[in-house]
Ligand binder design. Structure first.
Ligand code: UDP
Ligand code: MG
Length: 330
């Protein structure tokens, strides 16, 4: 336990939203009811991801009544992951909990998540458990997690949505990433003591999913290229196969030459084209390997994160203090 007198520490609730004017008032009521008796101090960071309805007005009115509420407005729709990043950057809490605005992330789960944090967990991930039935999005989601685990080597659990609590020490390390964020994988990558709470999401009460199948596919491709070397391994394999075929061609051409059955010029043509193909593919694979290394450096993923021993002596990524301003830009 590292709570004791610290149970009143500040906790941020970060909610990115896009056109959620129907859900937000209900969410606010449910948040208020679920957190009323909690010992922690709360702030609420709502991030408007380019809404065209009057949901930002609702949050603005809320912020005027309640100083714990803040509104961050993006200049247009940048996508949920970018909006989430904006909210996590703006949050000041010792723990930062992110959740969706559409009530599919039940606010009643926040209390048990906070208890896990007080008991020492640095990351508390809410894991979605799907009930029976299927939809295109669900099939896509399951397929994505399967492919992701197979090609990226990160054992990302299915159903890990962006409903989670991050301790400040974890967040400071992850805010150093400069690449387009995919929080699920970043959090998994972070290590630390992670705990899981499970929930079955209720169906969306209002409106249609803002995360369209197209947006989900875009995110899936982004994640696969960010965390996988599979395309480069494929290029190297192709170069190897081409070289093998080239060698077989040489042997065939050589035997035909020695037996005197080859057309004049044919053996040299086979040898040249076989090896040229392999050489071109190997060169491409070499360039791709270097580009991947450059990509890794440009993304400035920390080499490692350290576990703070006590909340007062926290060190962030690469041993730097978390009070350093986080890197700007995505
Ligand atoms: N959202 C967002 N920007 C987008 C799409 C979605 O901020 O471009 C928000 C949305 O308002 C909700 C959360 O992200 O609070 C999850 O979206 P949604 O419920 O549509 O996704 P699903 O539950 O279907 O995965
Ligand atoms: Mg939803």
């Amino acid at each position: 336990m590292r709570d004791g007198a610290n149970r009143s520490r500040l906790v941020s609730i970060v909610v990115p939203f896009l056109d959620e004017s129907e859900s937000l008032p209900r969410l606010w009521d449910e948040l208020a009811a679920s957190l009323r008796d909690r010992p922690e101090a709360f702030e609420f960071v709502f991030v408007d991801d380019g809404s065209t309805d009057d949901s930002p007005e609702f949050v603005r009115a809320l912020a005027e009544q309640d100083p714990r509420v803040r509104l961050v407005r993006l200049s247009r729709n940048f996508g949920h992951q970018a909006a989430l990043t904006a909210g996590l950057r703006a949050a000041a809490g010792e723990a930062v909990l992110s959740m969706d605005a559409d009530l599919q992330h039940p606010p009643q789960l926040i209390a048990p998540m906070l208890e896990r944090w007080h008991a020492g967990a640095r990351i508390v991930q809410a894991l979605r458990q799907d009930g029976p039935g299927w939809s295109a999005k669900r099939v896509l989601s399951r397929g994505f997690y399967r492919v992701f685990r197979a090609v990226c080597g990160l054992d990302l659990p299915a159903g890990a949505a962006d409903f989670r609590l991050l301790d400040r020490a974890v967040l400071e390390g992850l805010l150093r990433f400069r690449e387009p964020p995919f929080w699920r994988a970043m959090v998994h990558w972070a290590g630390f003591r992670q705990e899981v709470v499970r929930y079955t999401p209720p169906p969306r009460r209002y409106g249609t999913p803002r995360y369209t199948v197209r947006k989900s596919l875009g995110l899936a491709l982004e994640a696969l290229f960010a965390y996988s070397k599979a395309p480069i391994v494929f290029l190297w394999t192709l170069a190897g196969v081409a070289a093998l075929v080239g060698i077989l061609g040489v042997l065939d051409a050589l035997s035909a030459y020695l037996l005197g059955t080859a057309e004049r010029g044919w053996p040299s043509l086979m040898v040249t084209s076989g090896f040229l193909g392999a050489a071109i593919l190997a060169s491409l694979a070499t360039i791709a390997t270097y580009v991947e290394r450059i990509h890794r450096v440009v993304c400035s993923r920390p080499l490692y994160l350290t576990r703070p021993e006590a909340p007062t002596q926290e060190t962030g990524a690469d041993g730097q203090q978390p009070s350093d301003p986080p890197a700007k830009g995505l």
